[in-house]
Design a protein around this ligand. Structure first.
Ligand code: GAP
Length: 598
């Protein structure tokens, strides 16, 4: 059978997404949540293969971020936490999108998601129906350039009818009152993209999902489903420090669910309302502490060696280090730099407490979008929790204390003056008052500080989507009879593939073949996800595994059981998914061979 690759670039982005979504459902990677009830926007379930894929991604991240490191520990915190946390973190007051409401249907749309439209602005003084229903307010709707007036009116009537429930009766019987043509507009963003009705003023809409904890369900019992996993790490910082032997610099990482009432969930799982985050809060010394201990702070430049953390690193080197570490992680699961991009936020876009933020972007079929954000957040979060809880969140650094005792008063004053000058020239936020700066240095010279933080924050669902969209490929195959068919191959990296290997007996009605294949399956399944399949032709079985991204298939044939002589006894065919190549491998070599590829 010859294999001819069809360039995936021939798919339009929409086609490619449709193919991925369809495969995800067909083969059990991702299903719509609550599908039999019509689904629920922004919620997705992972089927048998998706659950394995996600677990693999979680494991690779957890291993890279904590098990393989001496300086990061893990945490598994609750989803619902004390509501005061979200006040302190700023989420209650500022975690909002600017929204505009449709004047016809009250549907909300994100202010920055309205595409420019062109057309004629039509106005009615109100509407009435034979049922007695009335609307006593102006209706302003954009009639699209190409739209016929009758179909436009029909559209307005049908929105009015569905908004009024049964009260307005049949849409065609609604009378639109005092029609007026107001003006013609080009590229306006003041009308709802779907209904065409005028949008209201932009207003903030908080994205946190509320719930009630306790039996009364009053406002006093309001709690929130966490919108990020990070805050749990900050509020357990002290406990982790006191219960382990970690010392700054060190990190705490967590994987878990997060919830956001996204107004426009879209692009499959990309923007969901329930999703999983994988976050690290890496706590570092403030630059001033590094300067006192080392006499200088290592300056960052393009040729800086980021391979091993050094004692003289300040926030900038740590930030760059984590960008490099995260890039290496993505590469280890098949997302090389050819499919990634980086967006460095400009100073004007940064929060006032942030020093830098880079988004690692992935080239999704629908555009290049954020996969992970890596922010240098200063000491904002721990300081906020220190202030709001009244509990100190400082680290006592004996190395710093010892170094600070060697500073002269002039040297200390010089450091204070340098910081005061920096506060005055700050691009954003009010400068810290001199008394606070002096109090901060006073604590620092005694060895205490609130650690600063570098936060690599990734989305597990976005990563799964990136992995699936990159893996999707189609090839045209021609069989021995000359029949051509297009088959799908998921080119998943072996480390993340849901099934690592599939074992087949050549024939299912030959007990010796079946027994041998079962024996191999029983050994392999203890070490990796393994499939056993004896249904259909070998070609069909390969195709089934290609479609779910299984990198290896093992076939037990007559050579394996010595029917064609002793030479190939106890060997099997190992078939590689990506190029269809095959090798004869001794059964004893199979396990080490497969493990080496994972
Ligand atoms: N603690 C920082 C934080 O939460 P973020 O940029 O809001 O930062 C981090 O979120 C990551 O979480 C994003 O890069 C993305 O991968 C993922 N994420 C955020 N909102 C999401 C959503 N609605 N659906 C899926 N993933 C989301």
């Amino acid at each position: 059978m010859s294999v001819t690759a069809k360039a995936p670039s021939t798919f339009t982005p929409v086609e490619r997404m449709e193919k991925i979504v369809s495969l995800c459902k067909r083969r059990g990677f991702i299903f719509q949540s609550s599908e039999i009830y019509g689904g629920i926007g922004g919620f997705w379930d992972y089927g048998p293969l998706g659950a394995e894929l996600k677990r693999n991604l979680r494991d690779t991240w957890w291993h890279a971020m904590t098990r393989f490191r001496e300086d990061v520990v893990g945490l598994d915190a609750t989803i619902i936490m004390h509501p005061a946390i979200w006040k302190a973190s700023g989420h209650v007051d500022t975690f909002a999108d600017l929204m505009r409401e449709c004047s016809l249907t009250n549907k909300r749309v994100r202010a920055d998601h309205v595409e420019p439209q062109s057309g004629t602005v039509m106005q009615y003084s109100g509407a009435a129906a034979p049922t007695g229903w009335k609307l006593d307010r102006k209706i302003v709707v954009l009639m699209k350039k190409t739209e016929h007036i009758e179909s436009f009116r029909k559209r307005v009537r049908s929105y009015l009818a569905s908004n009024a429930g049964t009260a307005a009766g049949k849409p065609e019987e609604i009378e639109l009152l005092d029609e007026e043509k107001l003006n013609t507009l080009e590229g306006t963003v003041d009308f709802h993209p779907e209904t065409g009705a005028q949008l209201g003023e932009a207003r903030p809409f908080n994205l946190m999902l509320k719930t009630y904890v306790g039996p009364t369900a009053t406002e006093d019992d309001v709690a929130y489903l966490r919108p990020e996993t990070a805050q749990a790490i900050f509020v357990q910082f002290k406990n982790v420090m006191d219960s382990t032997r970690v010392k700054v610099p060190f990190g705490i990482c967590q994987i878990g669910k997060a919830f956001r009432n996204e107004v426009t969930p879209k692009n499959f799982t990309f923007r969901s309302r329930e999703f999983e985050q994988m976050e690290l809060e890496f706590f570092i010394k403030p630059d001033e502490a590094v300067e006192i201990i080392c006499g200088h702070v290592a300056p960052w430049n393009e040729t800086a060696d980021l391979s091993q953390p050094q004692p003289d690193w300040g926030w900038e080197m740590w930030h760059r280090y984590w960008v490099a570490q995260r890039t290496a992680y993505y590469d280890s699961i098949g997302l090389g730099t050819d499919v990634l991009d980086y967006f460095w936020q400009g100073t004007e876009d940064l929060a006032h407490y942030a020093r830098a933020c880079v988004d690692i972007l992935f080239k999704f079929p629908f555009g290049t979008e954020e996969l992970e954000g890596i922010a240098a957040r200063g000491d904002f979060d721990l300081s906020q929790h220190q202030k709001h809880s009244g509990k100190p969140q400082e680290f006592f650094d004996d190395e710093l204390k010892a170094a600070a005792t060697k500073l002269t008063d002039d040297q200390k004053e010089a450091m204070i003056q340098k910081r005061l000058a920096a506060e005055q020239s700050k691009a954003k936020g009010a400068p810290m008052p001199e008394s606070d700066v002096r109090a901060w240095f006073d604590r620092l010279f005694k060895g205490s500080y609130v650690p600063h933080v570098i936060e690599p924050s990734a989305g597990l669902d976005r990563l799964a989507l990136a992995i699936l969209s990159l893996a999707y490929d189609e090839v045209e195959k021609t069989d021995a009879k000359g029949n051509k068919e297009i088959v799908t191959i998921m080119r998943l990296h072996p480390r993340v593939a849901p099934k690592k290997v599939a074992v087949f007996p050549l024939l299912k009605n030959k007990p010796e073949l079946v027994a041998k294949a079962r024996g191999i399956y029983d050994v392999l399944k203890k070490h990796m996800t393994t499939d056993y399949d004896e249904g259909g032709s070998i070609g069909k079985r390969y195709a089934r595994q290609d479609e779910i991204g299984t990198p290896f298939c093992v076939t037990v044939d007559f050579d394996t059981i010595g029917e064609n002589g002793p030479d190939l006894l106890d060997t099997v065919t190992l078939r590689m998914r990506d190029d269809g190549s095959q090798e004869r491998v001794a059964i004893d070599d199979l396990l080490p061979r497969l493990l080496a590829a994972l």
